[in-house]
Design a protein around this ligand. Structure first.
Ligand code: ASP
Length: 440
């Protein structure tokens, strides 16, 4: 073997696995560009297989992990006063972060008008009909919101598990866990059972993480290969707004949030979360990343008590990155179709986006599915907006990767803030990246 190849392999093996993932992403982008337009080749199909296999394996552990970690998280908090204190704080913190994301998305959309260049792709007659329809409809939103809330309640927890309905699973796990924490000793065997489930699930995750680098490489390559590069320019403003908005959230909102509500040093937290952030980017799934999010937090200073309670709930309910993208996407469509939005409609879009983002499952692409809730509020369906929607879908994977990274990071930000408030954080460990335990 040539000497430079040997050096490269040695360097590669010597690097921590998070750098392998990083190189996986870079190599995936390059391979994706090379494969663009060659979607029916053996290489593309093989990469699709590897990427999908990685996602399936990691999704396999999500439900046992969510259920067991919520149950032992709540049961280990035990005392109910403390639980409601954590719970209330968590909802407030997640609410603040998601509202900020919505405000940023809204402001940038009004400022930059991302949909304006896209009207050339929209049929004028369709646009006229949409404009009239939006102007005519706005009445039955209240009914919609009640239906949405109703859908949170599982009729049958096992069918919720079979369907992978994360919100319903969480609602059941929460109620069940609170009950377990109230029945004393008789609940102990069940709690022990879930402790074993949690430990075994984390072990399986460890094994799956050996495939993180090839998995992320394959996922990135296939998604980049699927874009037509010329469509890129038609929604470049949209991509620009989304990217700037998410960057503001990451580099301004989270640091400010941590400064106001805790003394957690933001860049230390980001250092601790590196692997989770990269895997979130590569998989575009906050549920799939959850095992790693928990591992990064717990192995680098945040207590199990907080991490096991706040992170699974966050991975399911806190989707601030998604909320930001949804707001920008709705404005993109409205501007592309020339729809005039009243102040009331804008407010309605913001509120519905908060609901729509939190009903999102932590899997790829659901952000553009639950956006239907927001459009319903305006009396529209995606079918009516088909041309505009097609544009958004083409680029969805890219924004999905970015927004998922934010969704995961903000879960850790909130967990760290609560851990700080409750003295549940080991700063000696968090502030010392050299002593970090490997998570993958
Ligand atoms: N992919 C996102 C997540 O898992 C959800 C979405 O916005 O589609 O966090």
């Amino acid at each position: 073997m040539k000497i430079h190849m040997q050096v490269m392999i040695a360097v590669g093996l010597g690097l921590k696995r998070n750098w392998h993932i990083f190189f996986g992403i870079i190599a995936g982008i390059i391979a994706g560009i090379l494969l663009n337009g060659h979607q029916n080749t053996i290489i593309f199909n093989a990469l699709t297989f590897v990427g999908q296999a990685f996602i399936r394996l990691i999704q396999m552990v999500v439900i046992p992990l969510v259920v067991s970690s919520v149950i032992i998280g709540i049961a280990s908090i035990g005392d109910n006063k403390q639980l409601s204190k954590f719970g209330t704080k968590m909802v407030i913190y997640y609410g603040i972060i998601t509202s900020m994301a919505v405000i940023i998305g809204l402001s940038l959309s009004l400022l930059v008008q991302p949909g304006q260049g896209a009207d050339q792709y929209i049929d004028a007659q369709a646009a006229g009909e949409i404009q009239q329809q939006v102007a005519a409809t706005i009445e039955n939103q209240r009914e919609n919101i009640l239906n949405i809330v109703l859908e949170f309640l599982p009729k049958n927890p096992f069918s919720a598990i079979a369907m992978g309905d994360m919100v319903q699973i969480l609602v059941f796990a929460l109620i069940f866990a609170i009950a377990l924490s109230r029945i004393g000793e008789i609940g102990r065997p069940v709690i022990s059972f879930f402790e074993s489930v949690f430990a075994a699930t984390m072990k399986v995750t460890d094994w799956i993480m050996y495939f993180a680098a090839p998995g992320v490489f394959a996922l990135t390559a296939t998604s980049i290969a699927s874009f037509g590069l010329d469509i890129f320019s038609s929604i470049s403003k949209y991509l620009f707004v989304v990217t700037v908005g998410l960057a503001i959230q990451l580099f301004v909102v989270y640091p400010l949030f941590l400064k106001i509500f805790s003394k957690v040093p933001v860049f230390m937290l980001y250092a601790a979360m590196t692997e989770a952030m990269m895997v979130a980017f590569g998989t575009a799934s906050s549920s799939a990343t959850l095992p790693l999010t928990i591992a990064c937090c717990e192995k680098r200073g945040i207590s199990h008590k907080i991490a096991s309670f706040v992170l699974p709930l966050g991975a399911t309910l806190n989707m601030d990155g998604t909320a930001l993208v949804q707001v920008v996407a709705v404005f993109f469509l409205a501007q592309a179709y020339g729809v005039d939005l009243t102040a009331f409609m804008i407010l309605q879009i913001c509120v519905l986006t908060i609901v729509a983002s939190s009903t999102c499952a932590g899997i790829p692409g659901t952000g553009l599915i639950t956006i239907v809730l927001v459009l319903n509020g305006l009396g529209l369906t995606p079918e009516q907006l088909i041309a505009g929607f097609a544009l958004l879908y083409t680029m969805d994977r890219i924004t999905d990767m970015l927004r998922t990274m934010l969704n995961v990071t903000s879960d850790a930000v909130v967990a760290a803030a609560i851990a700080d408030n409750e003295n549940e954080i080991n700063y000696d460990l968090l502030n010392n990246p050299d002593s970090y335990n490997e998570v993958i």
